[in-house]
Write a protein that binds this ligand. Structure first.
Ligand SMILES: NC(=O)c1ccc[n+]([C@@H]2O[C@H](COP(=O)([O-])OP(=O)(O)OC[C@H]3O[C@@H](n4cnc5c(N)ncnc54)[C@H](OP(=O)(O)O)[C@@H]3O)[C@@H](O)[C@H]2O)c1
Length: 336
């Protein structure tokens, strides 16, 4: 039934363990604390968290960098508890919930509410899907944000065809790990770019060619690509256009703010003459894509590679590990 304690407003409430923070900073500003357990309202589902994975978006929102990570919280963090990729069991539901009941095993990307680095979290039902019974909670938590970024970048928006040249920038991270595998599955010739320490891993995912970003600028080689999926953008929109083949497309997913602004402002103009497209990919989390990636993982067609597992109290270590650029694929916090 959980532990009861006197809460912030003086009334008794159920408490839970959570990793909280109150100001932007490094992993040192995080602490494990007892906090009030959330209560599901409207279309929200209360989930007992079994596993939660770490995303670059958690690291960015912890530090408040790049600046877009401060949307909704310019001075102080908007959320006290980070963690969006959750997998767990439904504990209770709000009055507007129709698709889930207590006891259901679910997973999803809770980017709108966060709060996954905790024993319990509330998520909107539209962010969730039923977890496949044969899939572990750790595997399910590894999929949502990274898997859906990759699916939408490579399949839905990228529409990759057999024989096409695809480049994934940031191929050794969470979304890159899925993107390389999906592009290979589509029959593309895949180039994966990341730091030297991750290139063997990127090759093991199926990449035909690997590039160390510290030694080679892929926009200045003679290669041209039908699709560039950029998870770590920091060059100019003009440089990215240069790397595209005729009719090629470049998608900015994450990276620096100056590059983001340039892609938004001049991207629609600079590609016109050469039939090239330089655009922002705004990822739309949804259960249909979540299930599509999970089915590919269940069938063994692609693999959600988990580099390391951590406990709830080790969330600062996990974020540090990601921020230091050591994570190959996904990091998972096993809460239960
Ligand atoms: N557009 C949207 O709607 C949307 C939605 C959600 C998330 N996002 C964004 O998506 C991005 C990707 O997330 P993720 O979870 O895959 O991140 P991740 O796991 O941290 O992976 C990023 C990878 O890029 C590498 N990298 C860093 N600098 C690089 C460079 N200059 N050139 C090439 N590779 C470089 C990193 O390696 P190192 O170890 O060297 O750092 C890391 O392996 C994040 O920026 C996130 O904010 C976007």
């Amino acid at each position: 039934m959980g532990v009861w304690a006197r809460g912030r407003r003086g009334r008794y409430c159920r408490v839970m363990k959570a990793v909280v923070y109150g100001r932007y900073g490094s992993a040192e500003v995080l602490r494990l604390d007892d906090v009030e357990r959330p209560c599901p309202r409207g279309d929200q589902v209360l989930i007992k968290v079994h596993s939660v994975s770490v995303n670059a978006s958690d690291w960015e929102t912890l530090r408040g960098k790049p600046l877009y990570a401060r949307i909704g919280g310019p001075v102080r963090p908007r959320f006290r508890i980070l963690g969006s990729d959750i997998a767990g069991r439904v504990e209770a539901i709000g009055p507007g919930v129709t698709r889930f009941r207590p006891g259901d095993e679910v997973f999803g990307d809770n980017l709108a509410l966060m709060g996954g680095f905790a024993e319990y979290v509330c998520a909107r039902e539209k962010a969730l899907a039923v977890k496949p019974a044969s899939m572990s909670f750790d595997e399910a938590a590894a999929i949502p944000q990274a898997g859906v970024i990759a699916l939408q970048g490579i399949r839905r928006r990228g529409r990759v065809q057999p024989g096409q040249q695809v480049l994934v920038n940031g191929a050794g991270g969470g979304a890159g790990m899925f993107a390389v595998q999906l592009a290979k599955l589509a029959g593309a010739h895949v180039t994966g770019v990341d730091n030297a320490g991750k290139l063997d891993f990127v090759r093991s995912l199926g990449a035909d060619r690997v590039v160390d970003y510290s030694g080679t600028d892929f926009t200045r080689t003679r290669e041209h690509y039908d699709l560039v999926l950029d998870l770590a953008a920091h060059r100019s929109a003009f440089a990215y256009r240069r790397a595209l083949a005729a009719n090629g497309r470049y998608f900015y997913v994450g990276g620096s703010v100056p590059t983001l602004l340039q892609v938004l402002l001049v991207g629609p103009l600079i590609g016109r003459t050469a039939d090239k497209r330089v655009r922002l990919l705004v990822v739309q989390p949804n259960p249909r894509d979540l299930v599509a990636v999970a089915e590919l993982c269940q069938a063994g067609t692609i693999v959600p590679v988990i580099d390391r597992r951590f406990s709830l109290s080790e969330v600062p270590d996990a974020l540090r590990y990601l921020g230091e650029g050591r994570a190959k694929g996904k990091l998972v916090i096993t809460v239960d």
